[in-house]
Design a protein. Structure first.
Length: 309
């Protein structure tokens, strides 16, 4: 897959603080790329550097179609917080921003209603920004970015401070924008949200890149290694379950799970959970619990932080 952004040794130093320390990575075109890390890890500094808002100390960045170390006209970003005029109506405010971007009256009349509908704010076009909830303001910020029809969107903590419904709204909007073929780069400390919307994730700590993970590859890797399952029976049936599993050639390993009467087991590649269930039920043992176990991003994130000082 072609890259839309390449970083090589990107470094930013503030006095004695290395906010970025030799970060090198590539962002595939069309990806939803998450930047993860605790506060002070360098996420916002990285976003600011690749958009030209701060000068890098060393290293390079290159956007597809743009000169090295130069921002791209195809990129639109909200870094830290989007600020708008609170007294202006949403439609009016987008009109002013569209004029600044060179859109004529005919184009503005066509584009602004479409964008407001896309971000779910059609019904709030005549409301001033001061009457918007935090979630509505976040969606309005994305609406402002879409005026230039960018191929890349950069969002800094887009769900920060939102209630559950606001988080769902932003998540659905990100998925929708990615489905249109846009590349999205977002910084977040919410592991669960990154896992739900991102195709890739990079983990940062104290300005250093610890790991880049292709989140789409998880299921493929798990399939290649063999399914990891958690199964359960009433506790009194556990000895019989263990006996039957020992006799099944597709079971590679077993170990106790946290809950009583449950086991985790690894199946040979190519063996599915349904086949195991049929084998057990055919021998008179019926499962009360059957679930595939996935290696979660949270596990990888915490391990990366622990392994690297």
């Amino acid at each position: 897959m072609e890259s839309v952004l390449r970083l090589s040794g990107l470094t930013k130093v503030y006095g004695s603080i290395r906010a970025l320390d030799g970060v090198s990575l590539e962002v595939p075109e069309g990806a939803v790329f998450g930047l993860l890390g605790p506060n002070g890890s360098g996420k916002t500094t990285l976003l600011s550097a690749i958009t030209g808002l701060v000068h890098r100390t060393a290293g390079t960045y290159a956007w597809k179609g743009a000169a090295e170390n130069q921002p791209s006209a195809q990129v639109a970003a909200i870094i830290e917080k989007a600020n708008f005029l609170p007294k202006l109506r949403a439609e009016e405010q987008l009109g002013h921003l569209a004029r600044l971007r060179g859109l004529d009256a005919q184009k503005r009349a066509a584009v602004i209603p479409q964008i407001l509908e896309k971000v779910g704010l059609s019904g709030a076009a005549d409301r001033p920004l001061r009457a918007f909830s935090l979630g509505m303001k976040q969606r309005f910020g994305i609406a402002a970015l879409l005026l230039s029809d960018p191929r890349v969107l950069i969002l800094d903590e887009p769900t920060n401070g939102l209630d559950p419904q606001g988080i769902i709204d932003i998540r659905q909007l990100i998925v929708q924008l990615a489905a249109e073929g846009r590349t999205i780069i977002l910084a977040s400390h919410l592991l669960d949200e990154v896992e739900k919307v991102c195709t890739h994730a990079a983990i940062l700590k104290q300005g250093r890149l610890l790991e880049v993970r292709d989140l789409r590859a998880g299921s493929a890797a798990e399939t290649e290694a063999g399914l990891l399952l958690e199964i359960g029976v009433p506790p009194e049936n556990l000895p019989e379950l263990l006996r039957l599993l020992q006799q099944h050639e597709a079971v590679l390993s077993t170990q106790p799970a946290e809950a009583e009467g449950r086991l985790q087991l690894r199946l040979k590649p190519g063996t599915d959970a349904a086949a195991l269930n049929r084998y057990l039920s055919g021998n008179g043992l019926y499962l009360s619990h059957l679930q595939q176990v996935h290696t979660r991003l949270e596990t990888s994130f915490l391990k990366a932080l622990e392994d690297r000082p």
